[in-house]
Structure formats: structure tokens, C-alpha cells
Design a protein around this ligand. Structure first.
Ligand SMILES: [Ca+2]
Ligand SMILES: [Ca+2]
Ligand SMILES: [Ca+2]
Length: 149
């Protein structure tokens, strides 16, 4: 049996989410649901350099089984720019990771074993999706912001 690499698993989770499988959401989830697919991503384009907690409270991953809750956020760039995405959380509670996708798939992933994840990347104009994911059951809170420089 082959080992499923996390990046591949994230892609599978994305596929499952796009097929409409949804064990996430529900009670105890955040104010940005339903955002389990790129098509329903919560639009953060107007909230550059603003933490989620300042918009409508923290993000929350809630779920049991697979796929677990996926949270997608849209950023639409009018021009090319360096972009930083920061996600803060407590690793001891949940090993949250973040990926950045465009229309074709994953362009970057931050997947460490410590608190917080961030992506710093140059992006051309267009629509991008921030994917917040973990591989654990339970409830995990996070904060998120993006900004250009
Ligand atoms: Ca959520
Ligand atoms: Ca979600
Ligand atoms: Ca992590």
C-alpha cells in the first residue's frame, strides 16, 4: 500500500469537497461557513491586512471522519504582487496547515509541526483560494490574514 503524502491528501480532500462530500460545518463552526469548496470560498479580497477575528470572529475547523471541515477563503488580485498569508493557531490543539490554490490546483503549501503557518509568494493577478485544513477530528480555532507588499 502506498503512502499518501499530505500534499496529495490535501488534493484529494479538495476533490472530495468539490464533489459535495461535507462532514464539516454544523454547530460550533465559524461565521464564514459554508465555505467547504473553492466555489463557496469566503471573499477576503476587501479585507487586506485584517485578521478574521476583526471581521466576524476566528475561523474554526470542525469535523469528524473524512473529509473533515475545509475552510476556503478567496483573494482576488487586480495586479501582480508579493502576498503574505498568515494563519495563527496552537499546534498542540491541532496541526493546522494552509495551502494556496489557483484555478488549476495547489500553488503553495505551508505544513510545519509548530504553531502557525505562513506563505510568502509572488502572485500574478487573478483569483486565489486559501485552504485551511487539518487531518484530525475535533474542533480547532485559528486566525487568518493576508496582505501584499
Ligand atoms: Ca470552518
Ligand atoms: Ca468549512
Ligand atoms: Ca501545521
Amino acid at each position: 500500500m502506498s503512502t499518501i503524502r499530505p500534499a496529495t491528501l490535501a488534493g484529494c480532500m479538495l476533490l472530495l469537497a468539490s464533489l459535495g462530500c461535507d462532514n464539516g460545518g454544523g454547530s460550533g463552526d465559524d461565521a464564514y461557513e459554508e465555505n467547504d469548496t473553492t466555489a463557496t470560498a469566503y471573499d477576503l479580497s476587501a479585507y487586506e491586512d485584517t485578521w478574521l477575528t476583526e471581521i466576524a470572529g476566528p475561523g474554526i475547523l470542525v469535523g469528524t471522519g473524512a473529509p473533515i471541515d475545509l475552510d476556503y477563503y478567496l483573494i482576488s488580485l487586480g495586479s501582480g504582487s508579493n502576498v503574505v498569508i498568515e494563519c495563527t493557531f496552537t499546534h498542540a490543539v491541532s496541526d493546522i496547515n494552509i495551502s494556496l490554490l489557483d484555478s488549476w490546483g495547489v500553488v503553495a503549501t505551508a505544513q510545519t509541526m509548530t504553531d502557525d503557518e505562513s506563505i510568502d509568494i509572488y502572485l500574478s493577478s487573478g483569483d486565489y483560494y486559501i485552504e485551511i485544513w487539518n487531518l484530525e477530528d475535533g474542533t480547532a480555532q485559528y486566525d487568518l490574514r493576508w496582505y501584499t507588499y
